[in-house]
Design a protein around this ligand. Structure first.
Ligand code: 2AM
Ligand code: CA
Ligand code: CA
Ligand code: CA
Length: 267
């Protein structure tokens, strides 16, 4: 089965990329700004994405790569008709540079639009979240059980961006401040892919994002679907996997409650 071969390669290459990053945090990093001083990129981001492009070109020359750093030359193609790898070479570059932990490599493969393979690897914890659609979600060798569906708001731990608790252009902050008062706690781990993997495994109960790229959520989306966890845009619509998206994920009941009571988009 081609899916099995792709799945094994995705895991193996994520592990090999993780080994490069485990070594990299021990040395000096070359850091540049992209759009601002809060938007970092290192030579390792580009190196790892290039590593994936070389592997894909060697083993699957007919596949496409959509990565954050854009190392594959732009080509026009219909992602729904092709096999597409969505790769974030380092998700959590700020953590990679500063805390040297809580970053990940996120790899997804969508076959003719179908979310098929998801791999998120935390090289510092040496923890790999992985799924082949229909075969179950795993952390390393352990199959992940279904997550609780009956949690109350006061028992819930959410990943949120602290910036939305202050006045901002996108979301009304008062309902979110109210939500933070009602839930058990909120976390900002700093790697969206890892945060979403934590939701898929039930370590966290939900997460809310105002703007993610396909490479950020691609792998986690396969995991969340596998677990039957709701994952939509902040308007409650289906997520388009090959572009930018707002995102809210939680078990169905919490997802409905948060969307109805705490998310007020300004536009
Ligand atoms: P990155 O490290 O791959 O850039 C940090 O809170 C999380 O948000 C990380 O997953 C980070 O991914 C992502 N992120 C950083 N800047 C972003 C931006 N401008 N738009 C969307 N996501 C971003
Ligand atoms: Ca980035
Ligand atoms: Ca990212
Ligand atoms: Ca990145």
């Amino acid at each position: 089965m081609v899916e099995q071969a792709i799945y094994q390669h995705a895991k193996q290459w994520a592990f090999e990329a993780g080994e490069i990053l485990r070594q990299a945090v021990k040395g000096e990093l070359t850091v540049e700004y992209k759009t601002s001083a809060a938007d970092l990129v290192t030579e390792k981001d580009k190196e790892i994405e290039q590593f994936f492009l070389d592997k894909i070109n060697t083993h699957y020359p007919e596949h496409f790569l959509l990565g954050e750093e854009g190392v594959q030359q732009q080509q026009t193609y219909q992602p729904e008709d092709e096999i597409v790898w969505l790769v974030d070479p380092i998700d959590g570059t700020t953590n990679f540079v500063h805390t040297k932990s809580n970053f990940s490599i996120s790899v997804a493969v969508y076959i003719k639009g179908k979310p098929t393979v998801g791999v998120i690897y935390d090289p510092i914890k040496d923890e790999m979240f992985h799924v082949l659609a229909g075969q179950g979600l795993y952390v390393d060798e352990e199959k992940v059980p279904a997550v609780a569906t009956n949690k109350q708001m006061e028992e819930a731990l959410f990943c949120l961006n602290h910036l939305w608790l202050a006045p901002n252009d996108d979301l009304n902050e008062q309902p979110l401040q109210q939500m933070v008062r009602e839930i058990r706690g909120f976390r900002c781990i700093g790697s969206a892919a890892l945060e979403l993997a934590y939701v898929a495994t039930g370590r966290m109960d939900g997460a809310i994002y105002n703007g993610l790229g396909a490479w950020d959520f691609g792998a986690a989306y396969v995991m969340l679907k596998e677990q039957g966890i709701a994952c939509t845009t902040l308007k409650g619509e289906e997520v388009y996997p090959f572009g930018h998206a707002t995102l809210i994920t939680a078990s169905k009941k919490l997802h409905q409650q948060v969307l109805a009571n705490y998310i007020e988009l300004k536009h």
